[in-house]
Ligand binder design. Sequence first.
Ligand SMILES: *[C@@H]1O[C@H](CO)[C@@H](O)[C@H](O)[C@H]1NC(C)=O
Ligand SMILES: *[C@@H]1O[C@H](CO)[C@@H](O)[C@H](O)[C@H]1NC(C)=O
Length: 212
Amino acid sequence: MISPICLFVFSFIFSCSYASHVQDFCVADYAAPQGPAGYSCKDPAKVTVDDFVHSGLGVPANTSNRYKFGFTSAFSFNFSGLNGLGVSLGRTDVEVGGVVPIHSHPGATELVVIEEGSSIIGGFIASNNKVYQKPLNKGDTMVLPQGLYHFFVNQGKTPAIIYAAFSSESPTVQLLDTSLFKNGLASVIIAKTTLLDVAQVHKIKKLFGGTN
Ligand SMILES: *[C@@H]1O[C@H](CO)[C@@H](O)[C@H](O)[C@H]1NC(C)=O
Ligand SMILES: *[C@@H]1O[C@H](CO)[C@@H](O)[C@H](O)[C@H]1NC(C)=O
């Protein structure tokens, strides 16, 4: 005899697998309303191979900024075929002496490979404050676990190209500097909560256009 719990588990498994097998893909329909889980699915009859191909990661990003880095994304907002698949790609260009500032992706693990460059310090900071960092060279791969702060510093003699895969089709990013200094959060509060002094907070806010 099948127990009610067993029945429940089986119907759950069945409904899950059924749900993921009703269709092969859910190409983003940018014209339709967006739900919490992503874009609506484009009518499969209207899907073409071009929905599954994205061009653009071959071009270096603009690195004219104080960090001397640029990022180009192939995320679901710009690559319709990724919708619903939970993966995406990006390309980071870092000039000699440039950095990718400390940031995190709250909902995504990142897996990078160094396409060009050498002596690129890749690092992340675990929630117990332990730092894991190492110079990376062409062909090296590093994984940056979900949600943890991470960074890159190009200490080599040539520009770096770093490709990154994400475990989300639409990863969000939170930069430490801009979270603190690019908004109207009162400088007094920032000073009190970070132990920086107010003058230092004002100085950095000026760089990012923060107020208060
Ligand atoms: C989306 O990607 C295309 C290249 O496929 C590029 O031309 C366009 O600028 C990108 N749009 C955004 C908003 O990044
Ligand atoms: C690169 O970005 C800078 C700063 O936003 C801008 O002034 C410059 O025109 C951009 N260069 C190109 C080639 O788009």
